[in-house]
Write a protein that binds this ligand. Structure first.
Ligand code: ADP
Ligand code: MG
Ligand code: MG
Length: 245
């Protein structure tokens, strides 16, 4: 049950061929991990999915129909959200305002209403213990910035959500909350993409694993059909187990 697909995607930056004919399918109610070494093209693919970049070749499909996202506004309107690796936080406003920026469609809320809404949303998704809605953007830790970025996506009720190495700035406590969030999204039928090169995370979360290497697609495997040695082999293109003995 494929909610979203990127097919035959090619993208270059000058002489660098960042993606060469890559395929990614995101299924409803599944976590699809996107793996590959640094520079493999993972973030570039996510920026094509949001409409931040346009591919030279290839198509995006939502519910089996080709879609064009001219910019992030288009992907958001279609219910497709990507949690950026480097969240953009407005420094001089609160967490509550940062979460709902762009989400309230121009509706005006007074400050206490907005704080209440943000507080409820943080409570509902389990983050209330680690961030408060009245904190000011500029005072946030890297982990809290990442949580704001995650909450922005959650409050929009996305059909498709992709995380780009979301745990790199999170502590153990926050990672545990995030994994609970992701499992809940999965059980609600959301199609989830999860970029990481942390093998342990992948085996905890992923239903399927798509591997990129040097901008090319290596393949997609069911998580139950592959072990960590096999995954490393897909990522680097050769057997490295000798180095770990
Ligand atoms: P990953 O997320 O897998 O680490 P990226 O998608 O960030 O990989 O990068 C893939 C390749 O494209 C790398 O060689 C990177 O240097 C290059 N690249 C990515 N974004 C740009 C850009 N905006 N301009 C030039 N080169 C880029
Ligand atoms: Mg990288
Ligand atoms: Mg990246």
């Amino acid at each position: 049950d494929i909610a979203f697909a990127a097919r035959g995607i090619t993208k270059s930056f000058g002489p660098v061929r960042a993606l060469r004919g890559v395929e990614l399918e995101l299924r409803r109610g599944e976590v699809t991990a996107l793996m590959g070494e640094n520079g493999a093209g993972k973030s570039t693919l996510l920026k094509i999915i949001t409409g931040d970049y346009q591919p030279e070749e290839g198509v995006l499909e939502l519910d089996g129909r080709a879609v064009t996202f001219a910019g992030p506004g288009d992907s958001r309107a279609a219910g497709v959200r990507v949690i950026a690796q480097e969240p953009e936080i407005v420094p001089h406003v609160s967490v509550a305002e940062n979460i709902f920026i762009g989400a309230l469609g121009g509706a005006r809320f007074n400050r206490s209403e907005l704080l209440d809404r943000a507080g409820e949303a943080l409570e509902r998704w389990g983050f209330a213990r680690v961030i408060r809605p009245e904190l000011i953007g500029s005072s946030l830790s890297p982990a809290q910035r990442q949580i704001v970025e995650i909450m922005r996506a959650l409050v929009s009720g996305p059909a498709v959500i992709c995380f780009d190495e979301p745990t790199s700035s999170l502590g153990d406590d926050e990672v545990a909350i995030l994994f609970t969030v992701i499992r809940r999204l999965r059980s609600e039928g959301v199609a989830i993409g999860y970029v990481s090169h942390r093998m342990a995370e992948i085996f905890q979360l992923a239903d399927r694993i798509t591997v990129l290497r040097d901008g090319g697609l290596v393949g997609t495997e069911k998580a139950t059909d592959i072990d960590d040695d096999g995954l490393v082999r897909m990522m680097v293109g050769r057997d490295l187990s000798q180095f770990f003995q």
